[in-house]
Design a binder for this molecule. Structure first.
Ligand code: PBE
Length: 267
């Protein structure tokens, strides 16, 4: 049948990303949740590897199923759709939160106030992500800050500047968070902070904020993508709430594929 054919063409494989990504954990769970996916595999690799395979499949108009998310530039470059997920393996969308180590508010009230005020939209983040494909992400973030200085001033308003106070921001290596961590770095630097940004796996990020090795992060996707890490380390983490609302993880396919739901993947 056509269905079995699709399964064979896909080699019953979903093209995934880094083993440590939150979305990889969700996709592993998904394989256990959907009966039709018994016997399917998640091929874990890297985001770059996944994007290369997606690009090649689209050039050849071949079927492919990847773990994807918004905000990301894949939706700007290709005609893609997210498969319906009736079992909510990926949840119903996340917000991106700012988190801080315990004691940051007392030790570094100025930093805490700025981090607490930091807020933008996923559409604004997308602008930086897209520009960051053509130039360095640091420059793309600097351009955004320059063009949106009023908004940045709003985050700094009423906070006393500091003189070279060091702060450790921890983040993850995906473009969305490379965008946001550079924007918050620039805002903090404008106010006199000496900012270090370190990119690590999500589990390490939560561990580091939980044990106080890092001061803060603007990277967590909650409540779903990084929910398991928050459950594990969140007791000693202060959640300052969303800095950007409305992200989404899903299985993503090219629009020329004639399936609409995870349940349409052939058993
Ligand atoms: N992502 C992008 C990450 C967080 C940001 C969805 C690939 C993840 O941990 O899955």
């Amino acid at each position: 049948t056509e269905d079995a054919n699709l399964g064979e063409q896909l080699e019953y494989t979903i093209t995934g990303i880094e083993p440590g990504a939150g979305i990889t954990g969700q996709a592993r769970e998904m394989l256990n949740t959907y009966d039709n996916l018994e016997g399917w595999e998640l091929q874990e690799s890297s985001t770059g590897g996944m994007m290369t395979e997606l690009d090649q499949a689209i050039q050849n108009e071949e079927p492919i199923v990847v773990t994807g998310w918004t905000p990301h530039w894949m939706f700007e470059r290709y005609d893609l759709k997210m498969l319906e997920d009736p079992e909510l393996a990926f949840g119903e969308g996340d917000d991106i939160h700012t988190i801080a180590r315990e004691g940051l508010e007392e030790d570094m009230p100025e930093a805490y106030a700025i981090l607490d005020a930091f807020e933008w939209s996923v559409e604004e983040m997308q602008v930086v992500i897209d520009e960051g494909q053509d130039i360095e992400m640091e420059e793309a973030a600097a351009d955004w800050v320059e063009e949106n200085q009023d908004q940045v001033d709003g985050w700094l308003e009423g906070v006393d500047p500091v003189d070279g106070q060091p702060i450790d921001i921890i983040s993850v290596p995906w473009d969305s968070e490379r965008a946001s961590s550079n924007v918050i770095r620039l805002a903090l630097e404008q106010h006199g902070f000496d900012v270090t940004v370190t990119n690590v796996d999500p589990s390490i990020l939560f561990q580091a904020v939980g044990n106080g090795e890092a001061d803060a992060s603007v990277a967590p996707w909650l409540p779903n993508t990084h929910g398991a890490f928050m459950d594990e380390y969140g007791e000693s983490i202060v959640d300052l709430g969303p800095n950007a609302e409305g992200t989404m993880n899903a299985l993503v396919v090219p629009t020329y594929m004639e399936i609409d739901s995870i349940e349409d993947l052939p058993a």
